[in-house]
Design a protein around this ligand. Sequence first.
Ligand code: NAD
Length: 264
Amino acid sequence: SSNLMQGKRGLIMGLANDKSIAWGIAKALADAGAELAFSYQGDALKKRVDPLAASLGSDIVLPCDVSDDASIDGLFDGIKEHWDNIDFVVHAIGFSDKSELRGRYVDTSADNFRMTMDISVYSFTAVMQRAEKMMNKGGSAITLTYYGAERIMPHYNVMGVAKAALEASVRYMAEDLGKDGIRVNSISAGPIKTLAASGIGDFRYILKWNEYNSPLRKNVSIDEVGGSALYLLSDLSTGVTGETHHVDAGYHVVGMKAVDAPDM
Ligand code: NAD
């Protein structure tokens, strides 16, 4: 633990359970002294998020379905009842119909394409429109992305297209909000077994592939993502914005991994 986030407060979006990447990030931030507010998607998740938030000393737990603009407004109205301003935002939200996270990308339906883009891309922009107005100078925001934005990954399909757009939106917001000293970055996490990931076809095979083929020869944990999020949300990274920061055991730099067997 450190005092890196002492005196800073912020919003965590996308906590579903203790396997969520948002949970790894929340723990790292709380451990460094941050004050946290949480949003959850629907009533079914409230009973999971309440105790997790309480265990980190937070009693600000508010509903927000990002597919509804009024719900995003409601979230920020709710935060303003507690705080006048915030220092950071964590957007750890993505969604696509799991029937399209298998098979061919080219078969994506118009409805699911639009919904995936709305929830997984536009929502971060919509949130930052509101957050900007109450963000302190030196503010910092992150979202979560995946290598399927840059390269073909099996079954990632429309979600890969969405993540590419999300990464582009991070760069444009870095420019827009940089004038006010607000930074916007993404973490490109390696595969982690979460609720959202369980919708992706052959996910166990993808985990194994990454473990065998990454330079560190392992998969990453939500706590490792949390450590990098702490860096991006703290004043350690005041020179960094618009970046896609890979927390993937190095997988994205590999062309062909060396064979570990001694005589091959
Ligand atoms: P998760 O299931 O724990 O979190 C996904 C969250 O998105 C949930 O809390 C869910 O409630 C929320 N969400 C979905 N639709 C929503 C809506 N309409 N309104 C509000 N919230 C909504 O899974 P996770 O893996 O922790 O996912 C977090 C982020 O990390 C996602 O953007 C995901 O694409 C990204 N990511 C995950 C992996 C991985 O392998 N798990 C890798 C790279 C990036």
